[in-house]
Structure formats: C-alpha cells, structure tokens
Design a protein around this ligand. Structure first.
Ligand SMILES: Nc1nc2c(ncn2[C@@H]2O[C@H](COP(=O)(O)OP(=O)(O)OP(=O)(O)O)[C@@H](O)[C@H]2O)c(=O)[nH]1
Ligand SMILES: [Mg+2]
Length: 691
C-alpha cells in the first residue's frame, strides 16, 4: 500500500456555530506557515469563510476545504458550518472525512448541533477527538466541558491535555501521554516548561486514569498495569491509537484559537493518532443487482469516487467535489456516473484550497478532489472507471419550514426558477414545489435564515431578486346540510334560445370522500346525453366555493328531475343549469370551511416535554401519544397546518435548539366558527386587493 495514502488525514471540524472551527483552521494554517497572515472571522478575511454571505454573517455557510503538508503528512481540513440552518452542508461532508474534530466552546460547552454532529460520527463509524476551545474566555471551564461531552457525544472522553492557567490567564497545557508541559508567549510561540507545582497532584491522578483507560483495551497491557509494571510510552501510544481508531473513546485537548495556544499540537495529534484512508479500510457499495460489494482504498484498483458536494458557478458551471474511494485518478479522462448511468468526461483534476482551485495531475484513494462541468452528475452520485457499482448516498435532511417565493420583478419569473433550480443542485437541504391550488411556488429549507441566505446567493450568483413570504394554506369548503333545489337556465334571444332545467339533491359525505355524482333521472325528463353536462356544471362551480372561493369537497349531488326543450336545449345550457343548481344549493346547505391538518412528530429532551405539549395545545393541536427514544421524548399530534408555518424557529427557542420535528399531511378538518370568519374576511380582502 502506498505510503502516500498512509500519511493522508481527512479531518472534519464539527460542532455548533461559533465554537471556533473556522478560527482554529485559520490558526492551524498560520501556524503551519501555509499563510503568513492570521485572518479573523470578524474581519471577513479567513481562508475558510470566503463566500460573501459568510463574510457578511460572520459564520460558515458551506463546508470549506484545504489540504496542507505537515511533518510528512497531508492533512485535509474540512471546516463545516455549525448553525442548524446550514447543517445539511456539514452532513453531506462528514461521510467523506475519516475522523471528526469536535470543537467545543469552552464557555457554553457542547450544544444541540454538537449532538447532531456526534450522531453523524456514530452513523458513519468515524473516530474523533474533542478540542475544547476558547479557554481564554471568562467563565470557560475545561473539566465541565469534557464532562458534558460524555452525554452529548455519547462516548467516553479521555482528556489527554490539561490547561495551565484559566480564562485570561490560560497560557499552556500539560500532555499526560508525554508528561511534557508547554507555555505560550504573546505571539503564540510555545516554550517547554515544568508542570506547575499546584497541578502536580492532579496531573499524577490524570495520568493514572489515562493509563488505566488505555490499558483496559489490551490484555497484556492490563496485566502489566495490574502487576504494577512500567508501561513504556511507545506501548501506551500504540494502544491509545488503536483505541482512538476503534472509536472506543474520544480524546480531548485544550486550545485558544485566537491566542494560538495549543494550536501547534493539533496537527501532530492528527498525524499520530487519527486514521488514514487505509485505517478507515473498505467501503461498501452495491452492484447492479443490489448485492453488497467491498471497495478497498487500493491505488491499483479500478477508480471509484463518491460525489458529496456540488458548487454552482453561473460562469464556470458546475463543480463536483468527490472523494476517491479506490484507484488512482489521472489529470483527465472518461468516467461513468453509475447512479445516472451516464458517461462523463473531465479535462482537469482540481484540488480545492479555500476559495482557490489548483490543477493536480493525479489523485490517490482518500483524496478530496473536484472536476468541473460534468453534465449529469449531482451530489450523492458514484463515479467509476466503468464498473457498475454504487455507493449508497445518505438521505438529505428533511426541510422544516416553507416559504412562498416570487421574483422581485414580475418579468423575472423564468429567471428565478432557473436560478432556484441551480441552487438546489448545490444545496440538498432545499426542496422546491409548485402548489397548483394556491398558485404559489414553495421553497422549503432548514430555517428562515437558510431561505434568506438562499435569496442572497441567488441575487449574487444569478443577479435576480427573490421575495419570500409565508405560504398560503390550501383551505377547502364542504356542506353540513342536505338540500334539494332547482337550477334553471333559460334565455330567449332572437332566433335560437337556451334551455336547461335540473333538480338536484346536495348532501354532505364523510371526510375524505371527495365528490360523487348520481344520476336518478327516470322517464327521460332530461335526455341521457345532457346528464354529463349537468355533472360538469356542478363540478366546475364547486371548484370555487361559496364562502371564500376554495374548492368544495366531501359531498354528493344527485340529479333526480328536470325538463328540456326539443330545440333550445344543448349541453351548454344544461352545464349552466348544473352550475346554477349548485350555487343555489351551496348557499343554504350550511357551507363550512375545512383546513389541512398535519400529523406532527416532535422529538425533544425530556425536560421540554411539558412546554411542548402546552405549546401544541395553544396551536389547536391534539396530542395522540408519546414515545421515547435515546433519552428523548417523541410527541405525536395532529395540528392545523396554519399553526405550523413558523414552528421551526419556535421549537428551536423552546428547546435551545435540541428539538426536531417532522410533519406530513393527514386530513382536512372543520375550522372552528370564529376562526373561519376571520379567514374568510382575510381571503376576501386579499382578493379585493389583488383585483
Ligand atoms: N476569545 C476567543 N474567541 C474565539 C476563539 N475561537 C474563536 N473565537 C471567536 O468566536 C467567534 C466564532 O468563531 P468561528 O471560528 O466563526 O466559529 P465557527 O465554529 O466556525 O462557527 P460557524 O461557522 O458558525 O459554525 C469569532 O468571533 C472568533 O473570533 C478563542 O479561542 N477565544
Ligand atoms: Mg465557521
């Protein structure tokens, strides 16, 4: 196996927004001499947050990549966004990392999105380590953070480094593996020092605990430990590394990214203990018959790559980012997209470095590379040299909030659709639907900010303005009373007249029945060939209900009597008669407004359950039952759609971002009287305004 693969490290910086991932990446690159200037997120000049939307918001929106060499190893850093609005951009990248660095805010500790990232690590079987950052800040606390990580990351945490000094006085760390201590000067330069006297006892205990944790993984070592024999540093390191690779625990280290404390340790720690693509081992793919096949990170095998990200550029076209899973890819060539069953060709192999792209001549297994202008390839697709295998793509994150979108300029209707369609290629967290009934185009995503940023991106990339508003709810109308009426259409204008006459019975049906039409004409009082026209008349008129113009549902119309004229009757005249009959009936058949009811499933930490139930009640929800899963409660309820349009941000603030929910349409139900009145008035006012 090529040494070049064994020295590769693909590391995803993961965790909640604002923990310092981008700043840490910046500090690491500066420390390694990749850059000669230390950028700041606040000043919008970091390597990783380079998109205009990122510099404006001072947070990461997309995952950024950079590869650099350190001590004969090549480290690819993936700086993922921690904000839940942009988390789908993180989730698509985690599977192509070989390990995760969980960056924790030393003040606030792990939060909801750290838990989400940890769940991805478990799902993909990725090892990881914890970086407790911001330890220079007031009220930061290393021990509290590492302790909280146990439950948040669902893993044993093994602290390897311990901070010297705290808060403003944080100045270095002691490493229990080597027993060495370092203090940093104002420029972030480390100097070897003695373990401070007041830490000696604690470090002694911490070392003991560390050795015990490691010894537990290896019987020989455990025996030595129990016998009180000396365990060499090399033995300890080797078993520790195996424990890390098997994800038996996550080691923890301590840093301040802004003061450059502990930064120089990170790449060494990555090189020494984190996995290479060879350590990661085989990947599982499916062959053409759906059988599992194994793909090894073998440079001599046939090429196979997995596309995990797409970037759309209005000028340069589409850029497909993928990880080489096996084989060695050359600087140009023909490849096959096995997911789409299409041939593709690329003429340049690229490596991404922040906002830059540089051409490279070949890529080994484990490499994160990109090619431009593939015709049919999108995120989640498999590329091969021809072999029919597919790597299963992870499910995109379900959208939680929807907005109706429209172009700012009416004439941009086509342009906006084209732009949104392109943005969907690079953002799997978005979904676009056309609601024919409300005549709205609905864009769904992970949060309001997600949709707002999408609008900004569309403006910048495609130069077209997009407005967003709360989507309209598709109400319906129905009837509560049975009634029999006549519908007569008679016109005598000069020569040929018009004559149609029918009697209908309109009666309510149970919810979900739709519309039924029954012909009970006897004795030919309406000729057979005119009866479908009566039905068409009723059906068309019922598309615009009497209350607020919504389609009518769940009723039956029976035509049981009528009359005709041998010269003046026509299909048209009977259609008019049907329409008039329906309108006459609708007024007196107790018309009633119906609203869509959603089946909602909310997953929250146990201590929020009471608040969530109370809130669902205030949204006119009906709780159906509760379940529990992974220390969380799942509340199932039926809630009117109109009450759920802004649920995502509300749930976020009620649970500190720890709640998630899904919802789908269940049924239509009657809107309560007072509410119904308000909706009808609002719709009428809107219609008047529009006309
Ligand atoms: N005092 C102090 N501030 C820090 C440290 N690390 C980062 N910050 C600040 O914290 C803020 C957020 O840092 P980022 O690097 O953008 O955090 P992030 O994890 O990349 O956040 P997202 O991109 O939103 O996921 C910035 O203002 C940084 O300057 C640190 O070690 N100490
Ligand atoms: Mg960031």
């Amino acid at each position: 196996m090529s040494e070049d693969i064994k020295t590769m490290r693909n590391v995803a910086l993961a965790g909640h927004g604002g923990a310092g991932k981008t700043t840490l990446a910046e500090a690491m690159l500066f420390n390694a001499g990749v850059t000669n200037r230390l950028g700041k997120v606040e000043e919008g000049n970091t390597i990783m947050d380079f998109q205009p939307e990122e510099t404006k918001k001072q947070q990461s929106i997309n995952t950024s990549f950079i590869k650099y060499t350190h001590n004969k190893h090549t480290i690819t850093l993936m700086d993922t966004p921690g904000d839940q609005n942009f988390f789908s951009a993180s989730k698509t990248c985690f599977p192509v990392a070989d390990c995760m660095a969980f960056v924790i805010d030393g003040v606030g500790g792990p939060s909801a999105m750290t838990e989400e990232a940890a769940a991805c690590a478990l799902e993909n079987n990725l090892p990881g380590f914890v970086i407790v950052n911001k330890l220079d800040r007031e009220r930061s606390d290393y021990a509290t953070c590492t302790d909280a990580c146990k439950s948040a990351l669902k893993k044993k945490i093994v602290p390897v480094c311990f901070p010297i000094g705290s808060e403003d006085d944080f100045k270095g760390y002691v490493n229990v593996i080597t027993g060495q201590a370092f203090e940093y000067d104002a420029d972030g330069k480390p100097g070897k020092t003695d373990i401070p006297a007041d830490m000696a006892d604690d470090i002694e205990m911490a070392k003991e605990e560390f050795v015990e944790n490691v010894a537990e993984l290896n019987d020989d070592l455990l025996e030595k430990y129990l016998e009180g024999e000396e365990i060499s540093e090399d033995e300890l390191k080797a078993t520790f590394r195996q424990g890390v690779l098997d994800a038996e625990f996550y080691p923890a280290i301590c840093t301040s990214a802004t003061k450059m404390i502990g930064i120089d340790l990170i790449p060494n720690f990555i090189n020494d203990y984190m996995p290479s693509p060879v350590d990661r081992g085989d990947w599982t793919a499916l062959d053409a018959d759906g059988n599992e096949v194994v793909i090894s990170p073998d440079p001599d095998a046939e090429f196979c790559g997995f596309v995990f990200n797409t970037i759309v550029d209005p000028y340069a076209g589409r850029l497909s980012l993928f990880r080489v899973i096996s084989g060695t890819l050359g600087k140009e060539g023909n490849i096959v997209n096995t997911t789409k069953d299409k041939k593709e060709r690329f003429s340049q192999l690229l490596e991404i470095a922040g906002k830059e792209q540089k051409t490279i001549t070949s890529a080994l297994p484990g490499s994160i590379v990109a090619v431009a202008k593939l015709k049919d390839t999108l995120t989640g697709d498999t590329l091969t040299g021809g072999k029919e295998i597919r790597i299963p793509a992870p499910e995109p994150m379900p959208p939680v909030i929807s907005f109706a979108i429209s172009p700012k300029e009416k004439s941009d209707e086509d342009k906006i659709h084209e732009a949104v369609r392109k943005i969907l290629e690079e953002d799997t967290g978005l979904m676009l639907e056309r609601n024919e009934e409300t005549k709205q185009t609905v864009l769904s995503g992970r949060g309001l900010v997600h949709i707002e940023v999408t609008a900004e991106k569309i403006q910048r990339k495609f130069n077209v303005g997009m407005s967003i508003e709360t989507p309209k709810v598709a109400y319906r109308e129905t009837f509560k009373k049975k009634i029999r009426v006549q519908g007569k259409h008679k016109k005598q204008s000069g020569g040929h007249g018009q004559y149609g006459d029918c009697w209908i019975v309109l009666e309510p049906l149970k919810s979900g029945s739709g519309f039924e039409f029954v012909d009970k004409i006897v004795g030919g009082v309406i000729p057979k060939n005119y009866i479908p026209a009566v039905e068409t008349g009723v059906r068309e008129a019922s598309q615009n209900g009497i209350l607020a113009g919504f389609p009518c549902v769940d009723f039956r119309v029976t035509v049981d009597y009528g009359s005709y004229h041998s010269v003046d009757s026509s299909e048209m005249a009977f259609k008019m008669a049907g329409s008039i009959a329906f309108k006459n009936a609708a007024v007196d058949a107790k018309p009633t407004l119906l609203e869509p009811i959603m089946k909602v499933s909310v997953k929250v930490p146990e201590d929020s359950t009471g608040d969530i139930m109370g809130d669902l009640n205030s949204r006119r929800g009906r709780v159906l039952g509760m379940d529990s899963e992974d220390e969380k409660q799942i509340i199932n309820a039926l809630v009117p759609m109109s009450e759920m349009l802004r649920y995502a941000p509300d749930l976020g603030s009620m649970t500190g971002g720890r709640g998630t929910f899904t919802m789908e349409f269940e049924q239509y139900d009657v809107v309560p009287g007072d509410m119904s009145k308000k909706i009808i008035e609002r719709v009428k006012a809107e219609k008047e305004e529009a006309s």
